[in-house]
Design a protein around this ligand. Structure first.
Ligand code: GUN
Ligand code: ZN
Length: 409
């Protein structure tokens, strides 16, 4: 007999960027392979789990987060460049020690699950072993994830630099050991200022050869932008990455706050994706992200917590910060759009159509969020999920049907 799980709850799932599905009393059936086999209005059948006190939503997708910054969240110390030097680099240097990486990987994965994130795109430290530890932690929990070591060979402490040939050899070994359907190796030059042109180029070549996703930071801070263009002698920031071959459909660029018209049209042309990190932008005083310019042009936007410049693992909270950031630009983003960015939109941007919504055939990556009993409509549910921190919290998280977090245990 096939083992199945039947759940009863309120349900909210994105359909696309402008529509979502709300069922006030839903039944969801998950088969023994962890695939959703039915989503319907409750019809009186017996259920294994009556979860009507909560709202069932897809697991969240965080397209930009730093694993080795887990322990330095909220360590305020000025704008991007001094913060990297004084807070981030000393902490990332500790990941040369695999036992440190193991301890932090446990905390990091626990926090992802506790906040309902089931598909993260993770920057590890420069160290091959730390990335190995991270992949092992994800494997143990049955997670889907994208991850890779950051590539760095200049302008940082010696202990955080790897020469290009060593870095590429590490990528080769990590690809052989881990790259698979659920765990995807990504190529992550940290940002232009920590990479030589050769490292950027060789990273891009490796990504092309293995069809890997690429991610990096871009146009986050005005000093960073000025120094980048000066150092590389290009017309603008994007050209540095274009010249290296890093810009294509499998590229996720984080921040993109200070981009020109020309950069925006080339981004659209390339089909790359943006990881919008509004909490981080606010914390480091990086500037307001003109998100309407991206939406107007049809450039795909996704959401990143950007731990540790971002101060929360919660993607719904990042949706709220993105809403506030939009407001400051005179744009009122729809809550459906924000919810989509943090779920289905993020998954599709990463080329993972199997997750991000609660629909027949999807993998049961889900979370249950506690919800006041007065929430009875789609609008109320979206509003509470994104804004009502006092009355909502993740209670359970499942990855492919398996429980990975339960607040009651
Ligand atoms: N730019 C280069 N490295 C980083 C980082 O670790 N965090 C953020 N927010 N920006 C960066
Ligand atoms: Zn970042």
């Amino acid at each position: 007999m096939e083992l199945m799980t039947t759940l009863r709850a309120r349900l909210l799932s994105p359909l696309n960027a402008t529509e979502s599905l709300f069922i006030e009393d839903a039944v969801v059936v998950v088969d023994e392979a962890g695939i959703i086999s039915e989503v319907a209005t409750y019809d009186g059948r017996p259920v294994e789990s009556d979860l009507r006190g909560g709202l069932l939503v897809p697991g969240f997708v965080d397209t930009h987060i730093h694993f080795p910054q887990t322990r330095v969240i909220g360590r305020a110390s000025g704008p991007l460049l001094p913060w990297l030097e004084n807070v981030v680099f000393p902490e990332e240097a500790r990941f040369a020690d695999s036992s440190h990486a193991e301890a932090v990987a446990d905390i990091f994965c626990g926090q992802l699950a506790r906040h309902g994130t089931t598909l993260p795109f993770v920057y590890s430290s420069v160290h091959e072993q730390a990335c190995d530890v991270l992949f092992r932690a994800f494997k143990k929990r049955g997670y889907r994830a994208f991850a890779g070591p950051v590539l760095m060979d200049r302008d940082c402490p010696d202990s955080l630099t790897r020469v290009t040939s060593d870095a590429i050899r590490s990528l080769e070994r990590l690809a052989a050991d881990w790259h698979s359907e659920r765990l995807r190796l990504a190529v992550i030059p940290r940002f232009a200022l920590s990479c030589s042109p050769e490292l950027l180029r060789e990273g891009a070549r490796f990504a092309q050869e293995h069809s890997l996703f690429v991610s990096t930071h871009m146009s986050e801070n005005v000093d960073e932008c000025r120094l980048t263009v000066e150092r590389f002698g290009t017309d603008d920031y994007l050209q540095v990455y274009e010249n290296a071959g890093l810009i294509h459909e499998r590229t996720i660029l984080a921040h993109c706050i200070h981009c020109s018209e020309s950069e925006l049209s080339r981004m659209k042309e390339a089909g790359l994706k943006i990881a919008h990190c509004p909490d981080s932008n606010a914390f480091l005083g990086s500037g307001g992200m003109p998100v309407d310019l991206y939406v107007e042009r049809g450039i795909e936007v996704t959401l990143g917590t950007d731990i540790a410049a971002g101060r929360t693992f919660s993607v719904p909270e990042i949706c709220a910060r993105a809403y506030d950031n939009g407001r400051a630009h005179g744009v009122e983003l729809s809550l459906r759009t924000l919810f989509y960015w943090g779920t289905r939109g993020g998954a599709l941007a990463l080329g993972v159509p199997e997750v991000g919504h609660l629909a027949v055939g999807a993998e049961a990556d889900m979370c249950l969020v506690s919800m006041p009993d007065w929430i009875e409509s789609e609008e109320e549910a979206l509003n509470a999920l994104l804004f009502d921190r006092a009355n909502t919290a993740v209670e359970k998280t499942w990855v492919k049907g398996a429980l990975v977090y339960d607040a009651s245990q």
